[in-house]
Design a protein around this ligand. Structure first.
Ligand code: SF4
Length: 316
């Protein structure tokens, strides 16, 4: 039986002083960005995905990525996009990764569950025990629709009910993690408090259950950056982020244990570097997944893009 999502990698990152370069630990999560196509076009989207985007993983890249997974068996394979489910190769990758013994995560926008051709998506995910990480930026209709487009709240609730119906959020082998991010230029409230509010409202209003709530702050790059600029809120938001900086979070920084791969197979320390075009190692063109093995990554410095002028201009 493949490992559950609660399994830990053998090599965990350890604490680093904040004055030193952040270095990678052992690889835990291979995050595959299958392309930019999405059925939504959310205001905060840092990869600027949408229905008009055409980038997607090619069959040859899919084959090389699959072979790498089978050979190196990362503990977690995390599928994202765009809407990864809409990109051909998604189900093949799920099958390959589960057979290789990996836990698999699907970054799901929920509205995708009622797209044409996706009527059986919830049963496919459940049959393969894929963990679902689902965006739901509020439990109120007006806030969800303001960020993600009119009608998205109702589609999201329908998607959650489908997932609950096959056991997600109710059975330990079918985790359903919801993701909150603020609507505008504010930071998220404390996670446990908001999780309690979500639980109460979603249960009282819709009898919906979920496993946990993850609170994320929006990173001011790409589409969300322009949104803040247009509203004259960028400077204040960046000051807020800087004031809230907490060096203790470096221990668990995602890019120390995650490797992001774009639809061409190129490597990045994280999804935000992928969005900015800052490759693994910092110099373009970055390596492909099939150029490295997991042990090559340990102790490499994470490529950093400052939140200031470099992020404002096109990346190098
Ligand atoms: S945030 Fe997610 S759902 Fe929204 S446009 Fe971007 S990829 Fe699509």
């Amino acid at each position: 039986m493949p490992p559950r999502l609660t399994d830990r990698a053998a090599s965990e990152p350890s604490a680093v002083p904040w004055t030193e370069a952040v270095r990678r630990g052992g690889l835990r999560t291979l995050q595959l960005n299958l392309g930019r196509l999405c059925n939504l076009a959310c205001l905060h989207c840092h990869v600027e995905a949408g229905p008009q985007r055409r980038e997607k993983i090619a069959p040859e890249v899919l084959g090389r990525v699959s072979a790498w997974i089978v050979r190196h068996r990362p503990p977690v394979v995390d599928l994202t996009g765009g809407a990864p489910e809409l990109i051909s190769g998604f189900r093949e990758l799920v099958t390959v990764a589960r057979r290789a013994g990996c836990s698999v995560l699907d970054r799901c926008n929920l509205a995708v569950l009622d797209e044409p051709g996706q009527e059986d998506l919830h049963t496919f995910l459940a049959a393969h025990e894929v963990g679902v990480v689902a965006s739901l930026p509020c439990y109120l209709r007006e806030n969800v629709d303001a960020q993600r487009g009119r009608g998205t709240y109702d589609r999201s609730i329908a998607g959650l009910r489908k997932l609950n119906g096959v056991g997600y959020g109710r059975q330990p082998e079918l985790p359903l993690h919801l993701v909150y991010n603020p609507l505008g230029a504010s930071l998220p409230p404390p996670q446990p408090l908001l999780e309690g509010d979500y639980r109460t409202r979603l249960w009282d209003d819709w009898s919906i259950e979920f496993t946990s709530l993850w609170c994320l702050a929006n990173v001011p790059i790409r589409r969300f950056r322009r949104y803040l600029q247009v509203r004259g809120e960028l400077g204040d938001y960046e000051a807020k982020l800087a004031a809230a900086y907490n060096p203790e979070t470096l221990v668990g920084l995602m890019c120390r244990s995650t490797l992001s791969v774009d639809h061409e197979g190129r490597l990045y320390d994280c999804d935000f570097n992928l969005a900015l075009g800052v490759p693994l190692g910092g110099a373009r063109p970055g390596p492909h997944l099939w150029d490295i093995s997991p042990t090559d990554l340990t102790n490499r410095p994470v490529a950093m893009a400052s939140a200031g002028p470099r992020a404002r201009s096109r990346p190098p």
